[in-house]
Ligand binder design. Structure first.
Ligand code: GLY
Length: 262
């Protein structure tokens, strides 16, 4: 039997709008190149499809510059989906825009009603548990509201801490297989991955931490040769995606899709 944390029948992504150049960023390191970002997004979707999954690409939403980072709008689990409540005010409206796509796929669709906040980028489902990193976008009240749902669905939820200054928990880690996490040394030092095998990003290549295991492939950002070699040597089927422009918006491989089994 395949593991629902690594193997998926379906993914949902959203085409980047021209407004993506106004997306949120912690630090201004220049404007993304729109044409190059769109080409990289096409390559990302094609790579997901190459694994045999069906990928739905939703229309761009010009009124929401960060809307291509669909992962923050929902958590998809085998039992159903939970619509998130982003901590970034400018992103709150993205959730309602995603809801119809998930309502068409899931019989059990829940909502985080608030007043707390939680974003999908702070959630790592490993198959054995749901890890949620508190961050500037995800607070204790939001985590507690999600916990009520995951308890009902029989999943253990463990609240952990995203390091200060790091956007999301998964900015610094990824699931490579049900036993193995790719993590920055900084995040792993918090002890949150006890019981897992942890591979550390090579020094200087911490920005490659946000990868995704999607069926038999591991999608990771290009430009981190030591990290790519490490994962290839470990036997993973590494696929490199140009993430230069999304990285300017603090976005990575996980942010660009919702991955699900339906
Ligand atoms: N630019 C992605 C985010 O800040 O949510």
């Amino acid at each position: 039997m395949t593991n629902p944390a690594t193997h998926f029948t379906h993914a949902i992504s959203r085409r980047p709008g021209a407004s993506v150049t106004h997306g949120l960023r912690a630090e201004d390191r220049g404007a993304p190149d729109l044409a190059r970002l769109r080409a990289a997004h096409d390559a990302y979707v094609a790579t997901l499809r190459s694994t045999g999954a069906k990928v739905t690409v939703l229309d761009a939403l010009e009124e929401y510059p960060d809307a291509l980072f669909v992962e923050d709008t929902a958590l998809c689990l085998p039992e159903g989906a939970v619509m998130m409540r982003p901590g970034a005010a400018s992103r709150m409206g993205e959730v309602a825009q995603m809801r119809p796509a998930l309502a068409a796929l899931f019989e059990d669709l829940r909502d985080i009603h608030g007043p707390g906040h939680i974003e999908g980028g702070d959630i790592l489902f490993t198959g054995r548990e749901v890890l949620v990193g508190r961050s500037a976008r995800t607070d204790a009240t939001g985590v507690a509201e999600l916990r009520a749902v995951t308890d009902e669905w029989g999943h253990s939820l463990r609240e952990v801490q995203t390091p200060p200054g790091v956007l999301h928990f998964k900015t610094d880690c990824s699931l490579l297989d049900p036993e193995t996490i790719l993590s920055t040394k900084l995040l792993d030092a918090s002890g949150c991955f006890e019981g897992y095998r942890v591979l550390h990003l090579p020094d200087g290549e911490e920005a490659a931490a946000n990868a995704i295991r999607f069926n038999d492939a591991v999608l990771m950002p290009a430009g981190f040769p030591k990290a790519a070699e490490m994962l290839s040597d470990e036997g993973y089927d590494v696929r490199l995606i140009d993430n230069r422009d999304c990285a300017l918006l603090d976005g990575g491989m996980s942010c660009l899709s919702l991955r699900l089994n339906v």
